[in-house]
Design a protein. Structure first.
Length: 250
């Protein structure tokens, strides 16, 4: 299952990514080998981010030219051929984060600037589509007041968005998702409990599951049933027959 989660900071993309990973393990018996989330400057390294406060401060002092190059090279790296060797891939933010935050907050990638991020986004997506058309964009939304409350209750270290910009950023995510060449898209509202969001996800992703996904779901269900039977002493009909045989002896 190949997913690209995108949405305004504090909408809960990271929380949802890990919830989906758990769901995939429950349903398919598989997990993502890595969850790639490297595009919210200055959090651009590691799985999860492992940049130190000093490294974050250094990157935040970099010029827009350097930030642009740093992010673009990371984007290109994450769509090289071996990325698509297996059936699964999870990216949080990716080129969509970069296309939203670069022009608004970091001074690069706007219209008329070198490496316009709308154009770079399409370059990245054409590379993805060269290898697979299975990638699904999961646009993660949340109510503005919910995002505002999360910002106050649990502020991110060197977070990006400003409270006054919430609606502007949400609108820009909508625009970039709509602009995307990746044709498979769903939207989930993560304003409430993550269980409610996962219920939306499970319903909406069903039509985009690949043959490999469906095969793994079926196989995992069969293996889980066999394991349950072993623990219970056999399948139900065999256990019922055993009780009938015991009764016939009396």
């Amino acid at each position: 299952m190949r997913l690209l989660l995108a949405g305004c900071e504090y909408a809960g993309t990271t929380t949802l990514a890990h919830a989906i990973d758990d769901w995939m393990f429950e349903k398919m018996g598989a997990r993502y080998s890595l969850i790639h989330e490297h595009w919210k400057i200055p959090h651009t390294s590691g799985h999860p981010d492992d940049t130190t406060p000093d490294e974050q401060a250094w990157l935040l002092q970099a010029t827009p030219k350097f930030m642009e190059m740093h992010q673009r090279h990371s984007l290109y790296y994450h769509v090289q051929a071996n990325t698509f060797n297996g059936p699964d891939g999870m990216v949080v933010g990716g080129h969509i984060d970069d296309a939203v935050y670069g022009p608004i907050y970091f001074g690069y990638g706007g219209k008329g600037q070198p490496h316009d991020r709308e154009l770079v986004a399409h370059q990245v997506e054409r590379t993805i589509l060269h290898f697979t058309n299975d990638t699904v964009i999961v646009h993660v939304t949340a109510d503005t007041e919910v995002i505002r409350k999360r910002m106050k209750d649990d502020p991110h270290e060197n977070g990006i968005i400003k409270e006054a910009d919430i609606d502007k950023v949400k609108t820009r995510f909508e625009e970039i998702v709509a602009w995307s060449l990746l044709g498979k898209k769903i939207e989930v509202d993560n304003s409430g409990a993550i269980s409610d969001t996962m219920a939306q996800f499970e319903q909406k992703i069903e039509s985009y599951l690949t043959d490999t996904d469906r095969s793994r779901i079926t196989t995992h269900m069969m293996l889980a049933r066999q394991q349950r039977w072993r623990e219970e002493g056999g399948p139900p009909w065999r256990r019922h027959r055993g009780r009938r045989d015991d009764h016939s002896d009396h």
